[in-house]
Write a protein that binds this ligand. Structure first.
Ligand code: SF4
Length: 315
């Protein structure tokens, strides 16, 4: 076949290597902002949420049907996924539409200089298709930004105050990645695609590792290879949703052998967060979480989006 009649992949095959066709669009269950990050280590940071679809878990079982029942690990299921309806819906965005939207809402410059964080969430954003599409989107955004600001060195445009805020020499290189992306994950996925995502695109990993109270079985929740891949990122956090004092015992039983007993310094990266999708529910569990944090010398975080807006998503 003549070269000019061949498609790109055919030409690549002739040259003896497969051609990677990069995505030009991405499916978001929802994208919204600017809002504030409501949970975790960077709660309060101005943010754009990019929620990807699909999850390999179904915490609390469909529509919370498992709550109050005994789960597969013989423990009571105490909470459910309050974004299930959202991450099962959404629409496909061309990459150029994402950039146009960020410009329309006046956030493009703030996002690309790291003032406003991108929260890559889900669903489960580390699943291969989600991660690949997201990396391609960020590549596209960087390309557009570079073309618009050719001649200006990106790093010089990063707000130094934010970098200082994160503070430790270890985190400085990773925090200078722009745009500044926080990835929220259940910590069960691993693979080479995540080496790339975590080293070239993500400034912070918020791992919400699940306990038996999620209703997900141990064999799915606790994946040592996935935990290890996250642990290697210089700015990672282990966030646990708790509702009872006994949850601490579970955290240590489930995640001690691969994390907290093996690497005691990882204890400094634990954040306990009260379970609850409404303020009355949070009020019931906050004291438990607070006392747990004090007793075990770990961090506590609230769920500000629930306290302020009484909803789990969209504000
Ligand atoms: S891992 Fe997260 S998104 Fe997936 S079902 Fe559980 S709470 Fe929902």
């Amino acid at each position: 076949m003549e070269d000019k009649l061949m498609t790109g992949p055919e030409r690549a095959m002739k040259r003896g290597r497969p051609e990677t066709i990069k995505p030009t669009s991405i499916h978001f269950a929802e994208m919204f902002g600017p809002v504030l990050q409501g949970e975790g280590f960077s709660a309060g940071v101005p943010s754009i949420f990019m929620r990807q679809s699909g999850c390999n878990f179904i915490c609390g079982h469909h529509n919370g049907n498992g709550v109050g029942k005994i789960g597969p690990d013989g423990k009571e299921i105490t909470w459910w996924c309050d974004t299930e309806v959202v991450w099962k819906s959404g629409k496909t965005w061309q990459f150029s539409e994402v950039v146009d939207w960020l410009k329309e809402i006046g956030e493009w410059d703030r996002v690309m200089t790291g003032h406003t964080h991108i929260i890559q969430t889900g669903g489960e954003p580390t699943m291969t298709a989600n991660a690949e599409a997201f990396m391609a989107l960020i590549d596209y955004m960087r390309k557009v930004w570079k073309e618009e600001y050719s001649g200006i060195i990106l790093e010089k445009m990063a707000p130094s105050s934010n970098i200082k805020h994160y503070g430790t020499p270890d985190t400085l290189p990773i925090m200078s990645l722009l745009p500044r992306v926080e990835t929220e994950t259940n910590g069960s996925v691993h693979g080479p695609h995540l080496d790339k995502l975590f080293t070239e695109y993500v400034s912070q990993i918020n791992c919400s590792a699940k306990l038996a109270n999620s209703g997900m079985p141990y064999s799915m929740r606790v994946r040592p290879e996935a935990l290890e891949q996250i642990r290697k990122h210089p700015n990672h956090w282990w966030k646990f949703v708790v509702s009872h004092e006994r949850d601490w015992t579970e955290i240590m039983e489930d995640y001690g052998p691969d994390l907290f007993h093996k690497y005691p310094e990882e204890m400094q990266r634990i954040i306990v967060m009260p379970a609850g999708s409404t303020t009355p529910e949070l009020n019931e569990t906050s004291q438990v979480a607070w006392n747990m944090a004090v007793e075990h010398n770990v961090r506590f975080c609230d769920r500000y989006q629930v306290r302020v807006w009484e909803m789990a998503t969209g504000k």
